[in-house]
Design a protein around this ligand. Structure first.
Ligand code: SAM
Length: 222
């Protein structure tokens, strides 16, 4: 690991808006399960997760636009989360937290029905043969979301990857999820809800490469 990444990992230890797993999980790692709003955010506002948040661009932008909601960016890579933690501090955002965990383990960190909404932003498409179960719309991930979301919670997916988009549509159908909105080109001429136009680090790179951004909004089977 490079020196910059190591330094960022060390500095993360001191951030009060980051919760990290430990290699040997202890009870204390799960201390906020079921009480995130009350104990961490000191309010009773709804909670949105950004999964695969990387540097947390969506989390930060959504938190600025919606001060009456709480936002938690989740990724397993600490040095990327560092950028989000710093941005939240610099902007004085108290409705933002970051959590460094494997997304499959959501149910260890959140109680049933604790989450109101999920954004999945530019997840890795995992195109190699045999790696499709690592995609964040594979059945085992949908089951993990089911364990922590309220009934009917909106789940948003943005991607530039056609194979991932097509895979997601098949997986949602196989898992009896309801697709509520499907957009084949987010940046066409039609006007849609504002939150859709927040651009992450990866989205900016994809747009510079003239890639088409796709979007799905769905809810899990009851
Ligand atoms: C392509 S990056 C996108 C980052 C950000 N959403 C953006 O658009 O700039 C995908 C991110 O997903 C994270 N990731 C992939 N699978 C994950 C998993 N199972 N649990 C936690 N993080 C994951 C990676 O660490 C990486 O930061």
């Amino acid at each position: 690991m490079g020196r910059k990444k190591l330094w960022r990992l060390e500095e993360l230890e001191g951030f009060d808006n980051l919760i990290q797993f430990t290699d040997q999980p202890e009870q204390d790692d799960f201390r906020l399960r079921g009480i995130w709003a009350k104990d961490h955010f000191k309010n009773s506002n709804p909670i949105t997760l950004e999964l695969a948040c990387g540097k947390g661009d969506y989390t930060i932008a959504l938190a600025e636009k919606h001060p009456d909601r709480n936002f938690i960016g989740i990724d397993m890579k600490g040095p990327r989360l560092w950028s989000g933690c710093v941005a939240a501090h610099e902007r004085g955002l108290t409705n933002v937290a970051f959590l460094r965990i494997e997304i499959l383990n959501l149910a260890h960190y959140f109680a049933e029905g604790e989450i109101d909404e999920i954004w999945i932003t530019f997840p890795d498409p995992f195109l190699k043969n045999g790696s499709s179960n690592k995609r964040l719309t594979a059945t085992r991930y949908l089951e993990a979301y089911k364990q922590v979301t309220k009934a009917g919670a909106a789940i948003h997916l943005k991607t530039d990857s056609s194979p991932l988009f097509e895979f997601s549509l098949r997986s949602l159908r196989d898992n009896r999820c309801a697709v509520e909105e499907k957009v084949d080109d987010v940046h066409d001429d039609e006007e849609r809800h504002e939150d859709l136009y927040i651009k992450t680090n990866y989205e900016k790179k994809h747009l510079a490469d003239n890639r088409i951004i796709k979007y799905l909004r769905f809810s899990l089977a009851e």
